[in-house]
Design a protein around this ligand. Structure first.
Ligand SMILES: [Zn+2]
Length: 181
């Protein structure tokens, strides 16, 4: 090699995007995956996408926070259900059997909420599946009539969780591509 680099047998250049070191025969930057040998269009598209990621990252984080808040909200909601049921059925012989599902759901959503910081995607998916199963069971048993407010409530909860799943996928992709962590 002509340029007399002592540390590497291959010539070392720097990436045009992240200025990290790249070998002259690499197709992509190992650090940021910039298409070193790509066409001008590919390079421009890459820069546009990276800029969009920078702008969108706070939005994704916000959506992920909202989904995490939804998990805690559901824990609180089922706790509230347990309290209401407790006072309604205080006299009932099998009070504990009636209360138990609400208490279990409270604990499950608390656990999901507390793990969602480390594993947001897994926790949001689990929370969404759990919530849908509960709703299907409730509708099937027809304990509550499915009224307008129930439907709106369900749509809001499911919407926050689905947005959280999508946002955490995007955050993971951005972190991976930018070598963050
Ligand atoms: Zn790079």
């Amino acid at each position: 090699m002509e340029n007399g680099s002592e540390t590497s047998p291959q010539s070392v250049e720097s990436c045009h995007f992240c200025y990290g070191p790249v070998n002259s025969d690499d197709n992509h930057c190992a650090k940021c995956s910039y298409p070193l040998k790509g066409s001008d269009d590919e390079k421009a598209a890459f820069v546009l996408r990276k800029n969009a990621d920078q702008i969108n990252l706070p939005k994704f984080k916000n959506k992920s926070e909202n989904a995490l808040g939804t998990l805690y909200f559901l824990a609180g909601f089922f706790m509230l259900c347990a309290i209401i049921v407790f006072f309604q059925k205080e006299e009932s012989a099998d009070l504990l059997a009636i209360l138990l599902p609400y208490l279990i759901l409270t604990i499950l959503f608390l656990i999901l909420g507390s793990y969602a910081k480390q594993k947001p995607l897994a926790c949001f998916i689990s929370g969404l599946c759990l919530y849908i199963i509960i709703e299907v069971l409730v509708v099937a048993e027809a304990h509550f009539s499915t009224n307008f407010i129930d439907i709106i409530f369900n749509l809001i909860v499911i919407g926050f969780l689905v947005n959280g799943i999508r946002a955490s996928l995007e955050i993971e992709r951005i972190k991976k591509e930018n070598d963050l962590d």
